[in-house]
Ligand binder design. Sequence first.
Ligand code: MG
Length: 251
Amino acid sequence: MKIARYLAHGQISYGAVEGDSVKELSASPFEDFTITDHTHKLSEVKLLAPCEPTKVLAIGLNYSSHLHDRPAPTEPMVFYKTPTSVIGPGETIIRPKDTEKLDAEAELVIVIKDRCHKLTKANAMQHVLGYTCGNDVSARDWQRDDRNWWRAKSADTFTPAGPYIETELDPHNIRVTGRINGKEVQSESTTYLIFDVPTILEYVTEYVTLEAGDMIYTGTPGEPQEMKDGDVCEIEIEGIGVLSNPIKLET
Ligand code: MG
């Protein structure tokens, strides 16, 4: 099932996407719900970020194609992104005027189903609601020069997510593609993740409790490219859809 979160007639709802329509859910997808007959055309609703995380985690250096001369990590390299930096499909990524290089990072994103802690690889997948597309927007000069990544990865608008949560996806061999102005700049299968989804969940929840709607960005492949004023960035993941965001320079 593809689950959208959307605004229609001033009300925010979750719905099941079927073709060009969305059918409202009776409750959030993190509770018991049914699919109602209350239907909208997708073209008549505003899609929002597909969930409201209490926290966003991300994994760095998780594809060998992204390592270059850096050694492969021996355990997942985890960092945080702020929930306030999350934006939805179609929303504008603001490029701060004082960063020298703002890159797009196409990533598969795990959406957590319920509160969980101390998971094992064997039971971890029971706590995944589904997957969405994410852009781990990265200000490279700040990432390089600041003592930590507080603004390099979490300035406002730096965490686009969407358009849907796909609940019936096997995440282990799907293609993750990044495009800027229609030109493909990243494309790789998740089969090349250094740490796969169950391994990430076991590692993170050893230390940190995850909550319903929390998101984990799983890392980016290849060579991320820069996003400039007026560009449009698309992240496409096989089986989920396309997350598209325009870029504007801060004024
Ligand atoms: Mg990343």
